[in-house]
Design a protein around this ligand. Structure first.
Ligand code: 2AM
Length: 474
């Protein structure tokens, strides 16, 4: 009987493409899917002629695998993963390894690592990014969990992963527990932010400068060759340049109500749990939510009026200002994302290599960008860098972009065009570099109504004071 090097459960498109990718790299793959017809169709269709073995039952599937068995699970996040594990785990033996490549929540992954460990099994929660195309030709893979399993799965995962220019795979061990899926979650949050900062640039060019899609395509094409060289900027140029059968821009026919699947939201929830700012991503999530309230937006537009005011005296240099606003906001977003990774690392006791994580995102995934090399360089200079803004390179980059960034936000406010990502990024930047914030008043109010006490600027930290605010003189 032919045996397989690795098995994969869950033959939706992502699963199928990962199998084909593994087969391309010389691995024989056993496959199983709950609905058998999907297995048969895959084995006789896209996988015909490849080193892929279809199994109709889990027993048959497990029986095909060489030991230690390696099983990658690619099913819908949540209950489906537990359902698969329930059937699979009793069939496995000590030392066998389960890799969950779905979009699982990091807390579920942490739980599964310890549950499987109790049964002598190894669980790896691997974030996989890059969509269908990435899965087929090389995704970014962020594995974490039970580290003893890494040498056993490193070969295949690094083989199928995207590679940076020097050949380094965009896949490396992230850390224990759910750290792999946590990293993927932060990646997705950053992706929401990147999309929003691009969308705001489009909105400004279209609504304030009155540019055509073709003109904007040209601008994004140019930007994609500079500091903003990235997948998302380049596909935006493609999108803006796309015309339908009548020669009309396709983009202008698309309804302006955004959907979401929730991983951006998870990142924001985690930031609130850990007490760290992820303001730009939060604004990006909320911007999608607001866009989806389309009927209410139309009602409000009728009631209070709509449209942007005329902005006089804006020329081509305003396009450069928008570039700078986008770039500066993107720096703030990544600064916040890496702060959150750092906060999670200290909360959960992970030892993360932030420079390496930036390289895992360098190719293969949606947020791939040249910019990530600058982030890696910053963390190589100072591995415990608390915030990218504290690195000289990024501090200078923000300084250079600042004037244009402020002009863009000020103009948007003046004409009534929403730029929540640029504005919140600027507010964070201005707060983060402030020696004085109005939180003394917040503390006074808390002490007034709740006797929550406060610390004093003229006394050491850790000494707490209370004022009887309603009695003259305290
Ligand atoms: P299916 O083809 O039998 O529906 C994406 O939905 C993938 O997850 C599919 O391969 C799907 O299998 C699988 N899946 C969803 N829920 C599942 C469950 N509870 N148990 C096993 N596989 C499941």
């Amino acid at each position: 009987m032919r045996t397989a090097d690795i098995g994969l459960i869950g033959l939706a498109v992502m699963g199928q493409n990962l199998v084909l990718n593994m087969a391309d790299h010389g691995y024989t793959v056993a496959v199983y899917n709950r609905t058998t017809s999907r297995t048969t169709e895959f084995v006789n269709g896209p996988a015909a002629g490849a080193a892929v073995i279809g199994a109709e039952t889990l027993e048959e599937f497990v029986g095909r695998l060489t030991r230690p068995r390696r099983v990658m699970v690619m099913v819908k996040a949540g209950r489906a993963v537990d359902a698969v594990l329930e059937g699979l785990v009793p069939l496995l033996d000590e030392g066998d390894i389960v890799i969950d490549g779905g979009n699982s929540h990091f807390e579920d992954s942490a739980r599964r690592v310890s549950d499987l460990r109790e049964r002598g099994l190894s669980f790896v929660g691997a974030g996989v990014s890059g969509g269908e195309e990435g899965a087929r030709n090389g995704p970014s893979i962020m594995p974490g969990g039970y580290e003893a399993a890494w040498p056993e799965v490193k070969g295949v995962l690094q083989a199928i992963a995207a590679k940076v220019a020097d050949g380094t795979p965009c896949c490396d061990w992230v850390g224990p527990d759910g750290s792999g899926h946590y990293t993927k979650m932060v990646h997705n949050g950053i992706e929401y932010g990147d999309m929003q900062v691009i969308a705001e640039a489009y909105h400004l060019m279209r609504m304030v400068l009155g540019m055509t899609c073709e003109e904007m395509a040209g601008v994004f094409r140019t930007w994609g060759r500079g500091l903003l060289d990235s997948y998302l900027v380049n596909i935006t140029a493609d999108i803006l340049g796309h015309v339908d059968g009548n020669g009309e821009p396709t983009l202008e026919r698309i309804l302006d109500a955004a959907g979401q699947k929730g991983t951006g939201k998870w990142a924001v929830i985690s930031s609130l749990d850990l007490g760290y700012p992820l303001t730009l991503v939060a604004e990006a999530v909320y911007a999608r939510v607001v866009s989806s309230l389309r009927d209410q937006r139309f009602e409000a537009a009728e009631l209070v009026g709509s449209g942007v005011k005329q902005a006089d005296g804006l020329g081509a240099e305003f396009v450069d200002d928008i570039h700078d606003a986008l770039y500066a906001s993107k720096i703030v977003s990544y600064a916040q994302g890496f702060m959150l990774l750092g906060a999670a690392a200290s909360e959960y006791g992970w030892n993360l290599d932030y420079g390496r994580i930036a390289q895992l995102w360098r190719e293969g995934c949606i947020i791939k960008a040249a910019f990530l090399d600058d982030i890696t360089a910053a963390f190589r200079r100072r591995p415990d860098l608390p915030n990218l803004i504290l690195d000289r390179f990024f501090a200078d980059a923000l300084g250079n972009a600042e004037a244009g960034w402020r002009r863009v936000v000020a103009t948007a406010v003046r004409v009534g065009l929403p730029v929540p990502a640029y504005a919140s990024a600027l507010a964070f930047y201005d707060s983060y570099r402030s020696k004085r914030l109005p939180a003394n008043l917040i503390q006074a109010q808390r002490d007034y109504f709740g006797a929550h006490t406060y610390e004093r600027v003229d006394r050491p930290r850790g000494e707490f004071f209370h004022t009887d605010w309603t009695r003259p003189g305290g």
